[in-house]
Design a protein around this ligand. Structure first.
Ligand code: SF4
Length: 381
């Protein structure tokens, strides 16, 4: 297997099918302005810091480099592109002011790394690594996201965790600070390094993803970014895209209906059932109240009668039954395997992690059943 990058791991986690379409089938995602903008800004930050000896480039040199390396792909109009180009100049001017005032040579810029986790190779580029006064390492990754990063986001960010693993393997020096540098506001958002348990969790996750890929597990998983650029290949969206091009067709399976008639018919019947159920519940309550108020066990209509009866549900107390059966050696005969208790055990921190991991490894698909869920398209659009 080729080395995995953080981007690939993250994509597989959000939708394995999308990962397959892009990285195994080789489909090309569409150009997006924010990728172009992010790449240009990354290149400029790299240009500023990747020097043999100080001083760093002047502001004019930096802005000239920016002009020469501007990527135009993905912008919707010339106006939009011009707006972002001006915005990028502003960001870089401020970036230059801040970092030329207290310039320190990093120990690495745009450094490629390869690491091995139990035979799985990971590969990536770290934007910048600085050496702190304490002697430890500080990892910086530039981001052009809109919003600033919250502490919670920083503490869970998988990319920073993998970069810490890579830096400690490469330099054999502990990482003491992890930073996502928010370029739009020129704000370094930093957090403490990961502890051994968090590093282990990231290793485990990388192995899980590699395992899923090796076993060719590529289900489509809907997420916040749907529909992606490959929607016509996705079981959630394909029918919508294909039907736009071709007329809806009747098939034997649908017994003379088109699929859109079947969908609308399903939803309409489901709604009628819900309404009827509400009415039924209401009348049931009225009849029950009437019988209780009048002390009646049966009430009559013209053609039907309804009998009212308070039904008792009998059961056993677990403690009492156990106290009786256990001494007789019969307790095991009434116990059975309980899936919901097993799920509780899996999330219980007090259960040893090794046991929980082994239990997770035993998880299999033991049955399947069809489920139809309804979504309102008009409101969404
Ligand atoms: S549209 Fe969504 S679910 Fe379908 S392949 Fe793309 S990301 Fe996955």
């Amino acid at each position: 297997m080729k080395p995995l990058s953080y981007t690939q791991i993250a994509l597989y986690q959000s939708c394995p099918l999308c990962y397959k379409l892009q990285y195994i089938d080789g489909l090309e995602p569409k150009d997006k302005w924010y990728f172009s903008f992010g790449s240009t800004m990354h290149l400029c930050a790299e240009y500023f810091f990747k020097i043999r000896v100080p001083p760093p480039p002047s502001l004019d040199e930096l802005l000239e480099f920016y002009e020469q390396n501007w990527l135009s792909a993905g912008y919707e109009s010339a106006e939009e592109e011009a707006k972002y180009k001006a915005y990028g100049r502003e960001i870089l001017s401020r970036f230059w002011e801040i970092h030329s005032a207290d310039f320190r040579m990093p120990i690495a810029v745009e450094r490629i790394f390869y690491i091995d986790i139990d035979g799985v190779k990971l590969r990536g580029f770290i934007d910048r690594v600085d050496k702190l006064d304490s002697g430890g390492l500080s990892i910086v990754d530039y981001k052009t996201n809109k919003e600033l990063f919250t502490t919670d986001y920083l503490e869970k960010d998988l990319q920073l965790t993998l970069y810490q693993l890579a830096a400690e393997q490469t330099w054999h020096i502990p990482v003491e600070r992890l930073t996502l540098y928010h370029l739009r506001s020129n704000t370094p958002c930093s957090c403490e390094p990961r502890n051994e348990a968090q590093l282990d969790e990231a290793r485990h996750l990388a192995l899980e993803v590699a395992n899923g890929i090796a076993q060719e597990r590529f289900p489509a998983i809907e997420n916040d970014y749907c529909p992606c650029d490959f929607a016509e290949h996705c079981p959630y969206y394909r029918q919508k895209y294909v039907e736009i091009v071709a007329e809806p067709k009747e098939t034997d399976i649908l017994r003379g209906m088109t699929i859109d008639e079947a969908v609308e018919g399903f939803v309409s019947l489901q709604n009628q059932i819900k309404q009827l159920q509400l009415q039924l519940d209401e009348i049931k309550q009225m009849v029950t109240d009437f019988c209780q108020a009048e002390g009646l066990n049966r009430v009559y209509g013209k053609e039907h009668a309804i009998t009212y009866k308070l039904v008792e549900r009998a059961g056993f107390s677990e403690d009492e039954v156990r106290a009786l059966l256990e001494p007789e050696g019969l307790w095991n005969r009434v116990l059975s395997f309980d899936q919901s208790r097993l799920k509780q055990l899996l999330t219980d921190e007090e259960t040893a992690k090794g046991i929980r991991d082994k239990l997770e490894g035993l998880k299999r698909v033991i049955s399947t059943y069809p489920r139809l869920s309804v979504r309102r398209l008009i409101e969404e659009e």
